[in-house]
Design a protein around this ligand. Structure first.
Ligand code: NAP
Length: 326
């Protein structure tokens, strides 16, 4: 008999078909209706859960008494209560690697776009303000040859470092919990304490996961260490940066600008001061959002779930300790 899976994301047709080959699938578009009777009935039945976005907390998990595995269509799993899963030996799988290059493209686009004022000047043009050749009022700053500080030199951070060092001749500084010998050897990346990185960088790019240790890692004190000419880019998770402190720093022109793909509250409320600032390039959390990469992520998550519910070790397992494995 097929196992029951609750799907809370609209998947591309071939991936949905693959899931249906293996499971009885109850499909929902997000977690907005999670309090509805049909959702709760499916959750009570579910041995597997697959989707992205939305909080999977202890109360939610408690409503899924048969749950054996959760497959998130993302690399980050800060919205999921891993402790609550571990307590019931429920597997958690994610989708690293397949989204690394695309998310690095997004992060670097934010660096370039913030430096060259892409959103602001595109809007200026659309508003009919392009009446004569641009002058100093519209100038941006160079990216090539500058210093990029990467907070969190993991998979995506390293891919950004490659773009910066090889494509743009940038000096790369980084923080991470452990030294990265390959990036130091291949790209000339230099490890710094966070404070030194903030002081020295022309662009600070945040790519550390959100955790209890990294929540508001970049706050008022840290922003005050940045050069007034520097830009902050966040393509990780909104809450790694203290958004109120960032807004204050931008309003007081203590930093030059920001490129943001992620926010403390998503979707970002229309009344956010960030949206009124010309020196903020804001995107709606599109880090991995290309056809190719989202398809690869969905397929990866589906295969993780198929393996997990068949009793095989999935390729990408966040909590191997529940299997008694390292
Ligand atoms: P990863 O390979 O695990 O890299 C994370 C890096 O952060 C590691 O180098 C880690 O250091 C470092 N780190 C962890 N805690 C730190 C701390 N307290 N201070 C400084 N550095 C710290 O993860 P990834 O695949 O690159 O993904 C990174 C994050 O990007 C994800 O967690 C996700 O939140 C975000 N993301 C966003 C999007 C988007 O749509 N915008 C898309 C994909 C991912 P060590 O290596 O020394 O442990």
């Amino acid at each position: 008999m097929k196992k029951h899976v609750l799907l809370y994301k609209v998947l591309q047709p071939d991936v949905l078909a693959l899931l249906k080959e293996h499971f009885e699938v109850a499909a929902f578009d997000g977690l907005a209706g999670a309090a509805q009777p049909d959702f709760l009935a499916a959750l009570e039945q579910a041995q597997g859960l697959i989707g992205m976005y939305g909080r999977i907390d202890a109360a939610f998990i408690a409503r899924a008494p048969r749950l054996q595995a959760v497959a998130t269509v993302s690399v980050g799993y800060d919205a999921i209560d891993v402790e609550a899963l571990n307590a019931r030996r429920i597997l958690l799988c994610n989708t690293p690697d397949v989204l690394t290059e695309t998310t690095a493209d997004t992060a670097f686009m934010l660096v370039l776009g913030a430096a060259r004022r892409v959103a602001e000047l595109s809007q200026w043009l659309r508003n009919g303000q392009w009446k004569r050749p641009v002058g100093a009022e519209q100038y941006g700053v160079d990216v090539h040859g500058k210093t990029l500080g990467i907070v969190g030199l993991g998979r995506i951070g390293s891919a950004v470092a490659r773009r910066a060092a090889r494509g743009f001749g940038m000096r790369v500084l980084y923080t991470a919990r452990s030294p990265k010998a390959e990036a130091e050897r291949e790209l000339g990346a230099q490890r710094r304490e966070l404070d030194a990185l903030l002081r020295e960088s022309d662009f600070v790019c945040v790519l550390a996961p959100l955790s209890a240790q990294t929540r508001h890692l970049i706050g008022a004190r840290e922003l005050a260490l940045m050069k007034p000419s520097a830009f902050l880019v966040n393509a990780a998770r909104g809450a790694v940066v203290d958004e109120q402190a960032l807004i204050a720093a931008l309003q007081e022109r203590r930093i030059a600008g920001a490129g943001l793909d992620v926010f403390e509250q998503e979707p970002l409320p229309q009344e956010s001061p960030l949206l009124a600032m010309p020196n903020v390039l804001a995107l709606p959390h599109i880090g991995s959002a290309t056809w190719e990469t989202r398809h690869a992520m969905e397929l990866c998550a589906a295969n993780n779930l198929i393996d997990a519910l068949a009793g095989r070790r999935p390729q990408y397992l966040v909590n191997p300790q529940v299997l008694g494995q390292p």
